[in-house]
Design a protein around this ligand. Structure first.
Ligand SMILES: Cc1cc2nc3c(=O)[nH]c(=O)nc-3n(C[C@H](O)[C@H](O)[C@H](O)COP(=O)(O)OP(=O)(O)OC[C@H]3O[C@@H](n4cnc5c(N)ncnc54)[C@H](O)[C@@H]3O)c2cc1C
Length: 360
C-alpha cells in the first residue's frame, strides 16, 4: 500500500501518525514551505460540541497516543449580546494556538510524525498523486477538490476578520459576542494566547443576510465594543482576513481510493465553526479504514450527524434578532448556562431533536 496525504494540517498529520502506528509510512504533500505557515490565531475545543467525549485532549492521548498541549483550560466563558451578558464558569474546554507558531497544534502533530516524509512547497495535483499512489487522503483544509469532483454541498461561506492584540487577559477566560450590528448572523470572540496576548475575531456568513456596512466598518465597531467591555486600550500587533471560508459537507466520504478528511469531508460545524476535533478524528479514521480497522463511512457517521445537527441549530440561530439574543444570553447567565456547557449530555443532539419537534 502506497499512501499520499495532500495537506499537512490537523487531519492530514493525525492520519499520518495513526498510519505509522499501524505500520504504514505515507508521503505527505504540503503546499506551504513549512508547517502552519500562515497567520497565527487562537482556537478552542469546546467540549459541549464533542459529546460523548468529555475531554478531547485526554481522549486523543489515551485512545490514540496523540499528544496535544493546549495553552489553557477554559474555566470561564463570558457571552455578550447587545444589552446582556452571561458569565459561566466550570471546565468547558481548551484554548490552543494555530498557524505559524512552534506550539500550534499542527506544529505539535508534525513533531509526532516519525517515519513519513513531508514534501514542502508541493505543487503536486490530486491528479498526479492518484496515478502514483494506491490511496490518496484529501486533507487540504478546503473543499475545492471535493467541489470540483461534484462531491461537496456548500452550505454557507463565511468571512473571518481577526487580529492579535496586546493587553491584560485571563488565560482561562474566553469571551464571545452575539450582535448582528458587527457580526450579522455570526459572532465575535476573544481567545487568549497568554496573559498579555489574545486573538479577537468576527465571523459571519457572506451571502445569507447581508447587512449595510463594509467588513472594515463592522470590525471597527467590534474592536470598540471589545475594548469597552475589557476597559482597555488594546494594541493590534497582527491582522488577518479569510474570505469565502467554505462550510459544507461531502456527499461521499470516500470515492474509490480517495478519502476526504477534515474540512474536505465537512468536519467544520456550521453553527460556530468548530472543526478541530472532528478533523483530527477524521484523519485517524481514514488511517484505520486503510488498515482494515473499520469502514470510513461508518467511522465518520457520527461526525456527519453532528454536522447536520449543527446545521439545524445554525438555521435556528439565523432567525434570531438582537432582542432575541438578549433574551437567550440573559437566560444563560449562571446555573442553566453552566449546566448547558458542562453537562455530559449530547446537547447538540438533544436541542436539534427539540427544534425538529418544534418545527413539526
Ligand atoms: C480563523 C479560523 C478560526 C477557527 N476557529 C476554530 C475554533 O476555535 N475551534 C475549532 O474547533 N475550529 C476552528 N476553526 C476550524 C478548524 O481550524 C478547521 O476545521 C481545521 O483546521 C480543519 O483541519 P484540516 O485538516 O481540514 O485543514 P488544515 O488544518 O487547515 O490543514 C490543511 C493543510 O493543507 C495544506 N494545503 C492546502 N491546499 C493544498 C494543496 N493543494 N496541496 C498540498 N497541501 C495543501 C494547507 O497549507 C494546510 O497545511 C477555525 C478556522 C478558522 C479559519
Amino acid at each position: 500500500m502506497k499512501v499520499a496525504i495532500m495537506g499537512a494540517g490537523l487531519s492530514g498529520l493525525a492520519c499520518a501518525i495513526r498510519l505509522e502506528q499501524l505500520g504504514v509510512s505515507p508521503d505527505i504533500f504540503e503546499k506551504r514551505g513549512s508547517i502552519g505557515d500562515r497567520f497565527v490565531n487562537g482556537e478552542v475545543l469546546l467540549t459541549v460540541f464533542s459529546r460523548p467525549v468529555r475531554d478531547e485532549i485526554s481522549y486523543l492521548a489515551d485512545k490514540y497516543q496523540i499528544y496535544l498541549h493546549p495553552t489553557a483550560n477554559i474555566g470561564e466563558f463570558v457571552i455578550y449580546s447587545e444589552h446582556e451578558q452571561a458569565k459561566l464558569s466550570g471546565h468547558m474546554g481548551f484554548c490552543n494556538i494555530r498557524g505559524r507558531h512552534e506550539n500550534s497544534f499542527e506544529s505539535q502533530l508534525a513533531r509526532q510524525v516519525k517515519s513519513s516524509t513531508i514534501h514542502f512547497n508541493s505543487e503536486h495535483t490530486y491528479e498526479d498523486l492518484v496515478k502514483e499512489y494506491t490511496h490518496v487522503i484529501m486533507a487540504t483544509g478546503d473543499a475545492e477538490y471535493a467541489a470540483n469532483m461534484k462531491n461537496f454541498e456548500i452550505e454557507l461561506t463565511v468571512t473571518l476578520k481577526g487580529a492579535t492584540v496586546e493587553g491584560d487577559f485571563s488565560r482561562y477566560r474566553v469571551m464571545c459576542w452575539l450582535d448582528d450590528r458587527y457580526a450579522p448572523k455570526g459572532y465575535g470572540y476573544l481567545i487568549p494566547y497568554s496573559k498579555t496576548e489574545a486573538n479577537i475575531v468576527i465571523a459571519f456568513p457572506d451571502e445569507l443576510h447581508p447587512v449595510p456596512g463594509s467588513t472594515d466598518e463592522k470590525w471597527k465597531m467590534f474592536f470598540e465594543r471589545v475594548s469597552t467591555d475589557l476597559g482597555q486600550n488594546l494594541k493590534v500587533t497582527d491582522r488577518f482576513e479569510v474570505n469565502n471560508y467554505i462550510i459544507g459537507q461531502c456527499k461521499e466520504p470516500r470515492i474509490g481510493n480517495t478519502l476526504f478528511t477534515g474540512n474536505c469531508l465537512g468536519t467544520i460545524m456550521p453553527l460556530f465553526g468548530f472543526g478541530q476535533f472532528p478533523s483530527l478524528l477524521s484523519g485517524i479514521y481514514a488511517a484505520e479504514e486503510l488498515c482494515g480497522l473499520g469502514t470510513y463511512t461508518e467511522l465518520t457517521k457520527k461526525l456527519r450527524e453532528s454536522h447536520q445537527n449543527s446545521l439545524v441549530l445554525r438555521k435556528w440561530y439565523e432567525k434570531m434578532d438582537n432582542s432575541q439574543k438578549d433574551k437567550l444570553v440573559k437566560k444563560m447567565n449562571g446555573f442553566w448556562g453552566e449546566r448547558l456547557l458542562t453537562t455530559q449530555l449530547d446537547v447538540l443532539k438533544i436541542v436539534t431533536r427539540l427544534l425538529h419537534w418544534g418545527v413539526k
